[in-house]
Design a protein around this ligand. Structure first.
Ligand code: GLY
Ligand code: MN
Ligand code: MN
Length: 450
């Protein structure tokens, strides 16, 4: 394999090496880091849920099998990266598919060495001996916690033994590293967003009164799978009418009714990276007056928030811009009364906008990374990717609100990468303005290429 060739995960081998070296450089001399693969999850009897690799493990290895462990040994030159994984087994591979095996894993993942996972008990205690600290994702995998505790007890009880290494959570260093996306990662995220935007487009063109919510879900899934993105980033939300008011709605069983809006929050995972997009549109393809009025406010809030995604601003700037725009818009519309600053300071706007404007995005939908540093909102820097997703949700039983607005929920969500040149909207291909949505819904079937 050529040095810069791309692994099955779409990231070059040299980038995995760089990631491991950067992590090892963060760890003190005399330490060891251990990162485990995910385990297979039994669904019933001999049937498993689809395997999804642990994001930290995938980030550091590109190795997509269960029953594997990465051991990083900082200190010697650039440090050593050792993998324990399943051995080749023609009989098992006949049933469950190919395994890489330790020899090929060394080549493919650019590791220092690899061993059969069955040899862990013979090798790992020796690597732990004499170390001052062992870093690992504490509490994530009970079997790893137990195993390490056993090893460390054995080391401490051995005749003439010194102190066993201290156990330390690895979480912080990896969170920080994963927060800043490389050019290769942004390319994969752009592809996940492109596929997801195309899927939203397809759902829009399929939408009409009388369909069931799950039929729009099917339109989205068709594009995901057809584009080689076989996993969803999170459970798809298709909420018609007041179902849009339920933040984590995903039963998707209700019929879509003429005159209602539908909120669709869906994204795929592509080669380990995800998209997270929401579009809200009228089921019949034409915005009514009240729908248009609320939609205009959410769209303006999203635009105002995206403008605040700038190097040097802090994490709360986009949120604050969205809160201000929504509060002002609702006051102008007569749905809230009072002084705008007062309504913001008292949190009165939260009756209609009860979540924050977004979250980090990457290998996971609510990706790793701290939002505050030493108690203060974090500064935004190039390489960060976040969602910007303001919303307005009008309770259906609030008699103080004119009836035509009640029960409407609107969210608009895009994926935004912060570059040195400013915000780059990865999900821009999903129609978003009222004109584009109405045009797509009217003419969409002719526009669709598949
Ligand atoms: N789809 C999950 C979220 O928007 O945070
Ligand atoms: Mn989101
Ligand atoms: Mn979402």
């Amino acid at each position: 394999m050529a040095e810069n060739s791309t692994t099955t995960a779409g990231i070059s081998r040299s980038e995995y090496t760089r990631r491991r070296e950067r992590l090892m450089a963060e760890l003190p001399a005399g330490s060891l880091a251990i990162v485990s693969s995910a385990g297979e999850q039994l669904r019933s009897r001999d049937t498993f849920f689809p395997f999804r690799q642990d994001s930290d493990f995938l980030y550091l290895t590109g190795f997509d099998e269960p029953e594997a462990l990465l051991v990083l040994v900082p200190g010697r030159a650039q440090g050593e990266a050792l993998l324990f994984c399943r051995e080749r087994d023609p009989e098992k591979e006949r049933w469950d598919g190919p395994r890489l095996g330790p020899e090929c894993a060394v080549q493919q993942c650019g590791l220092s060495d690899a061993f059969p996972i069955g040899d862990l008990d013979d090798i790992l205690p020796g690597l732990l001996e004499g170390r001052e600290r062992v870093y690992f994702p504490m509490g994530r995998y009970a079997h790893l916690d137990r195993r390490l505790r056993n090893y460390l007890e054995r080391i401490a009880m051995a005749p003439g033994a010194g102190r066993a290494p201290e156990m330390v959570d690895l979480d912080y260093q990896l969170r920080e590293q994963r927060l800043f996306k490389s050019a290769q990662e942004i390319r994969l995220m752009a592809q996940a967003a492109k596929i997801s935007a195309e899927a939203h487009c397809r759902a829009m063109t399929r939408c009409q009164p009388g369909l069931y919510e799950y039929q729009l879900e099917a339109a989205l899934l068709h594009t995901f799978v057809d584009s080689g993105a076989r996993e969803i980033a999170y459970p798809t939300i298709v909420g018609g009418g007041r179902n849009a008011l339920v933040m984590h709605y995903c039963s998707n069983h209700a019929p879509l009714r003429d005159g209602d809006m539908v909120l669709v929050d869906a994204g795929c995972e592509y080669r380990g990276y995800v998209a997270d997009i929401t579009r809200t549109y009228p089921v019949n393809g034409v915005f009514s007056g009240p729908q248009r009025a609320l939609y205009d406010i959410v769209l303006a809030a999203q635009q105002a928030a995206i403008e605040q995604v700038a190097v040097g601003n802090h994490w709360d700037h986009p949120h604050a811009a969205s809160v201000e725009t929504i509060t002002r818009g609702l006051v102008d519309l007569g749905l809230m009364r009072g002084d705008i600053l007062g309504l913001i300071e008292s949190g009165a706007y939260q009756r209609f906008y009860m979540h924050r404007v977004g979250h980090w995005l990457g290998m996971d939908v609510h990706d790793v990374g701290d939002y505050r540093v030493h108690g203060a909102w974090r500064q935004l820097e190039a390489g960060m990717v976040m969602t910007i997703e303001p919303g307005i949700y009008i309770p259906e039983d609030d008699e103080s609100i004119p009836a035509e607005f009640r029960g409407i929920g609107i969210r608009i969500e895009d994926d935004v990468a912060l570059t040195h040149k400013g915000p780059q909207i990865l999900s821009a291909a999903a129609p978003k303005t009222i004109e584009d949505i109405e045009y797509t819904m009217l003419h969409g079937r002719d526009l669709l290429t598949r």
